[in-house]
Structures are given as C-alpha cells and as structure tokens.
Ligand binder design. Structure first.
Ligand code: LLP
Length: 435
C-alpha cells in the first residue's frame, strides 16, 4: 500500500492504481491525465450510506458535494450508490441532469442564486433548495407561487465556528458571504420570514463549517449551536425543524503526516452528539444530513504527468518540470496544499531526492509543491501526484490556453475515458471572431 489502500507497486516496481499499472495507463491515455478509481468512490459512498442509515436512521441521505469533482460519470456512480447530491450552480445541476440524477435527491446551494438558477431548479424538480438570504427567499417564493408550487427549503445558517483550518476555506464564521448568522439575529429573522411564505415549505436548517477537518469537536460545537437555535426557533415561532444538514468537511490523507479518519466512526459520533443535543435542548431528533465532497472522491484520484526537465540550482533547489501544473491543480498556488508525489516508474525505490515540482505556465507560482521527497527523476519519467480526486479537475482552468486533461476511470481492472482530453479546437470553440 502507498498512502491509500488501492495504491501499490507491482513486480516491475511501477505504481498501480486499483491494480492497474500507472506507467501503462500513462502510455495508453497520454499525460497529463486524471486517473480516478471508481471502486474507491463507490466504497466511500457505501461507507457513508451504511453508517448514516445505521446511526441517523433508515431515512438518512448522505449527499455528495459535487463541487469536489463534477462530470457526468460521477453523478451516475453516486445515483447508483443511492446518495443524494449537493449542487452549487446551474452548471452542476445541468451535469447532474445529463447523468439522469433523480432531481428529488438534489440539494441546491449557492450564496447568490440568480432567478435563472432558481427557475432551472424549480423546473427540473430539485428536491431541496438551501436558501442563503432574504432576496433569494423573496424571489424563490414568487417564482414557486407563479408555478403553483410549494418548494421545500432549508435555510443556511452561520453558526460562527472556526474549525482551525485554512482561512480561505473557512465558511462557517459570522463574517462570511454565506448564510445568516445566529449571533446577529438574522437567522431568526429569515426563519420567521420563510414561515410566512406561501410558496415555500421550510424543512430545517443547514450549516457548513469548513473543509479538510480532522477533529470532531468543531462538528460538536456546530451541532450544539444549531440545536439550541432549533429550540429557540421553536420557542419563538412554534416551528420545529425536521432536518438538520451539518455540511461537509471531513479531511483526507494527502501525505503520510495526515492521520486517517474512520468516517463510519465519525458519523457514529456526530449522531450521538445530535441525539444528546436534541435531548438537552428539548427538541425532536431531526433527520441529519451530511454532505461530504473531498472525503468521497479525493483519494480515488491520481494525476499522472511526464517529467520534462530536472534543473538543479546549486545551493538553492531542484526544479522538476512536468507537462501539467496549476491549470489542472491550482491547490498549491491557492492554499499551499501538501501532496505526496512519486515517480511511477520506480515506485518502490527510496525517495532520496527533493523536488520542487513546477508546471508549464508563465508564472513562477505555478507549482504542485516545494522540496517534496521523491525518487530521483529524469526526463520521460511518469510523475504521479496522489489524492487529486477532489478540487483538481473541478477547479481546473485553461490558463495559458492549456487544454484540460482527460479523466480516465479505472474499475475492476479496466480503464475507460470518462471525460476526453480537451483539444486546441475546444479552446477556440466559443471564439466568434474568425481569422
Ligand atoms: N457543503 C457545502 C455547503 C460546502 O460549501 C462544501 C465545500 C461541502 C459541503 C463539501 O466540503 P468537503 O467535504 O469537500 O470538505 N476548493 C477547496 C475546498 C472548498 C470547499 C468548499 N465547500 C480546496 O481545494 O481545498
């Protein structure tokens, strides 16, 4: 095993992904390429669904936060596994619809949904809309009534938790573009307003405290605050929330330094916390929803690149340039995210070299990581970056007019292209002025 259970090396010393030789995959599909082990995603879905049903009850519905990795094939997998999904844009809704995802199992998020987004969601029959603020509530109410509909919603609440993670990805603080703060009274005010809307059925509340979280304590704090709020709302209005969505956020192992999380046990603990909180505040146990993104798909992904140059600057460092970079993985440039890298051709050899892995963009910050342990690389080697299933393809760009890599899914010893490689023709497809 290399970092995750589906990664290993074979007798040639090559990295294997779900039992398939990574060097062979690179030869067959070209580089850069995102390799996604479908079985890992399916297994993670099953872990969440089984634990959620066991600890939250038979009607539990974990949602896949599809911003982590969005393409038609992934929605099909998640639909087959019986989870719901979280979508945050018209584009994600469209892709889910393209996969035939059951609309009633969709939760539609977003801090600034346009009327067009809301119409799209209403017309495709999205089950739940997570309303972020007053204007959206008013628009949705009017649009639903115009269609003779009563739309189920949750209200997004900001409980004011700092989960001690990277500041740029903390979304639960009071000072946030998302949601309605309890502390300022805005959460209660919008609840009262929602209860008066004829086109809306308020089912409960949502919060999301952050991402890549390893401790249960921030969830304990958030659940406690949310349950007290549910009790306060009950006292003030008589409305008792049926649903409590605690968002996503459980972390994954990017490097050997990250400890793993037993997701089933985390769900058990969260269920216990909510049960105790409900009893403490005298409210009925709500239906608990979790919406993991990263922890369902990150470990499933490995990005394969080809090494182009190895530049050793004496007294400074070693730059290893690859045929991809920040356009396919902007996470180091954005968050200094840490990754595990290795040379797929010599996966079993000791990592006795340090590499700053650089991409091809005209930008010195175009790095995958700095001074990372790796086998000594040379031009033509296949360099693998592990744990890239989440927030890589979904955050990819065409910066420097670089086409996006394909997504190759491996499943039961077979590989198939799920998203084809972009071509230069794709890059000019929307350009209307011709030569
Ligand atoms: N629910 C809501 C409302 C969210 O905003 C998010 C993530 C999730 C669920 C899923 O969280 P997860 O389980 O994946 O942590 N681009 C950043 C991560 C941004 C997360 C945004 N919201 C990164 O690459 O680390």
């Amino acid at each position: 095993m290399i970092l995750h259970a589906h990664l290993d090396k074979n007798k040639e010393g090559h990295l294997t992904i779900g039992g398939m030789d990574a060097v062979e995959l690179a030869r067959e599909f070209g580089t850069p390429a995102y390799i996604i082990d479908e079985d890992v995603i399916r297994q993670n879905c099953r872990t969440y669904l089984t634990a959620a049903r066991k600890h939250f009850g038979a009607d539990a519905l974990p949602l896949y936060a599809s911003k982590a990795l969005s393409f038609t094939g992934v929605y099909k997998i998640v639909a087959e596994e019986g989870l719901g999904i979280d979508c945050v844009s018209g584009g994600e809704l469209y892709t889910a619809q393209n996969a035939g995802f059951p609309a009633e199992r969709i939760y539609f998020h977003g801090n600034n949904k346009t009327d067009a987004d809301l119409c799209q969601a209403l017309d495709m029959g999205v089950g739940t809309i997570v309303v972020d603020g007053d204007e959206e509530l008013e628009s949705l109410d009017a649009l639903a009534r115009a269609r003779g509909k009563v739309q189920k919603i949750l209200l997004r609440i900001t409980p004011g938790i700092d989960p001690h993670t990277h500041r740029a990805i903390v979304t639960g603080n009071v000072d946030s573009k998302f949601g309605n703060a309890i502390a300022t009274g805005q959460a209660l005010a919008i609840t009262q307003k929602a209860l008066a809307c004829k086109g809306i059925r308020l089912a409960g509340f949502h919060c999301h405290i952050g991402s890549q979280i390893f401790e249960i304590d921030p969830f304990r704090d958030a659940a406690g605050i949310m349950l007290r709020f549910i009790a306060d709302v009950k006292g003030a209005t008589g409305f008792e929330a049926k649903e409590l969505n605690l968002g996503g956020g459980l972390g994954v192992r990017y490097t050997e330094d990250d400890r793993g999380i037993d997701y089933a046990d985390a769900i058990r603990q969260i269920a216990e916390i909510v049960q105790n909180g409900a009893a403490q505040y005298g409210v009925a146990m709500p239906r608990v929803i979790l919406e993991p993104g990263r922890s369902l798909v990150a470990a499933a992904g490995v990005t394969l690149y080809t090494v182009g140059s190895v530049k050793e600057i004496p007294g400074f460092r070693n730059y290893v340039s690859i045929d991809g970079g920040m356009p396919d993985n902007p996470r180091y440039a954005l968050y200094q995210s840490q990754y595990t890298v290795l040379i797929a051709d010599r996966a079993g050899a000791p990592k006795d070299y340090r590499a700053t892995v650089a991409g091809r963009c005209c930008e010195s910050g175009d790095l995958i990581g700095e001074n990372m342990p790796i086998q000594k690389p040379q031009r033509g080697d296949i360099l693998a970056v592990l744990c890239t299933g989440a927030y890589n393809y979904s955050m990819a760009s065409n910066y420097n007019r670089i086409p996006r890599p394909p997504i190759v899914m491996v499943h039961e010893g077979k590989a198939r292209v799920a998203v084809r490689r972009e071509t230069y023709a794709d890059l000019v497809r929307c350009d209307l002025i011709e030569k």
